[in-house]
Design a protein around this ligand. Structure first.
Ligand code: SF4
Ligand code: SF4
Length: 138
């Protein structure tokens, strides 16, 4: 009991652990895991980031000529960094920035369009495989 009272009084004399946000900006740690950024100039299109992503927040859509388009869903991303660790061009093609939080949206269900895109992307990959196989046969 006495020790609890002593601790309570000693805490009164200490500086608060909390900061006066938003007046005082929060300083992020150096290894802060923010949004994923992508640069197609350095990407070798190996799909490793897509394969390791636990919630399927990265999806590549493929076109008939073989080229791919990167898609990222920050609303599904759990900021685990697995894609960064898997990427052979990490830092150039893919990196985790300090930008935190989600882009604002007006929709109630931001993932609805994503799930449509997911199906389209899967189909586009299958279509591309079929075109490639047909070309090999002929
Ligand atoms: S940080 Fe994790 S959840 Fe987010 S895109 Fe990369 S692998 Fe997926
Ligand atoms: S893992 Fe890196 S190089 Fe491979 S597709 Fe993803 S971003 Fe591109």
């Amino acid at each position: 009991m006495i020790s609890a009272i002593t601790k309570a009084f000693s805490n009164l004399l200490k500086k608060p652990y909390t900061c006066n946000y938003p007046v005082t900006p929060v300083i992020k740690p150096k290894n802060y895991r923010g949004l994923i950024k992508f640069n197609d100039e350095y990407c070798i299109w190996c799909d490793k980031c897509e394969k390791v992503c636990p919630p399927n927040a990265i999806i590549f859509k493929q076109f008939e000529d073989g080229h791919k388009v990167y898609n990222y869903n920050p609303y599904l991303c759990i900021y685990c960094g697995d894609c960064i660790r898997a990427c052979p061009k990490t830092g150039d093609a893919l990196w985790q920035c300090e930008e935190k939080g989600l882009p604002s949206i007006s929709k109630d269900a931001p993932n609805d369009d994503w799930f449509i895109l997911e199906k389209e992307a899967k189909q586009s990959r299958e279509n591309y495989k079929a075109i490639k196989a047909a070309k090999k046969k002929s």
